[in-house]
Design a protein around this ligand. Sequence first.
Ligand code: ZN
Length: 113
Amino acid sequence: MYSATCSQCKKVIRAKTRANLLNALRKHLWKYHEAWMRRRIKAGRAKAGGNPAVLRMLRDFATGDFIPKYKEYKRAQYEVLKPVLDIISKHMPPPVQVAWKVVDKSADIVFKK
Ligand SMILES: [Zn+2]
């Protein structure tokens, strides 16, 4: 049994698998804390500051195209987005979380200075 506590209302959510838990948590957040979720996403966009490359990176992250396209990105863009993606990735589907972890762990190698 896996469990997690909602950061917003402290409700404890339980599930039989880790994937189910993340799914349940994401559903809970959207159902009960939609405004907060939207603010989170908006904050990510605002931080990208209309920089097209950063916006593209954010979109590729959300759709799971991050790994095939990572060579298009520069280190500075990654560093702008990292704190945002660290937060958002927890609420993304497992394949996106895995992709982000891979990119994040190998950032020193994959991103050009
Ligand atoms: Zn909650």
